[in-house]
Design a protein around this ligand. Structure first.
Ligand SMILES: [Zn+2]
Length: 141
């Protein structure tokens, strides 16, 4: 996600998250395994647009390459403008990722490592930033 973000320069880029959804000692957790770039999503400065065509293309790719993984949500970048969900982001999440286990990951690829990633999830019908997060990342300076 970080390297996809840096390839975008100051433009927003994004994609989809796939993996597994599990329960351990009554606590649900997500195992994000694959980030699939959405190459046709349009990034214009501060907002990234996912439309029905982007979704159709993603579902076709997922069926072909990752039939056994669950769709866990989406990610996008906020180059240089930090980690939060805009109103537009919330709209996208409500429109396309409204299952209880769906998350939105926001990445600012230019922030120091520990401020770079935010994970937002559904809690009782509202989107809030997750707090139990374990990141396994490749070393990115
Ligand atoms: Zn955003």
């Amino acid at each position: 996600m970080v390297s996809h973000g840096r390839q975008g320069g100051s433009r927003e880029v994004g994609g989809f998250l796939l993996g597994g959804y599990h329960v351990h000692r009554n606590s649900p957790y997500l195992d994000l395994q694959v980030a699939v770039p959405a190459l046709k999503a349009r990034g214009e400065g501060i907002s990234l647009t996912f439309d029905n065509e982007v979704m159709r293309e993603f579902h076709a790719e997922k069926a072909e390459r990752y039939p056994n993984l669950l769709v866990l949500g989406w990610y996008h970048t906020h180059p240089h403008h930090s980690v939060f969900l805009s109103e537009h982001d919330v709209f996208i999440h409500q429109s396309f990722f409204n299952a209880p286990h769906h998350v939105a990951v926001v990445v600012d690829p230019y922030k120091p490592r520990y401020e770079r990633v935010g994970v937002f999830l559904w809690e009782e019908g509202h989107l809030s930033q997750g707090y139990h997060l374990i990141l396994y990342t490749e070393d990115q300076r």
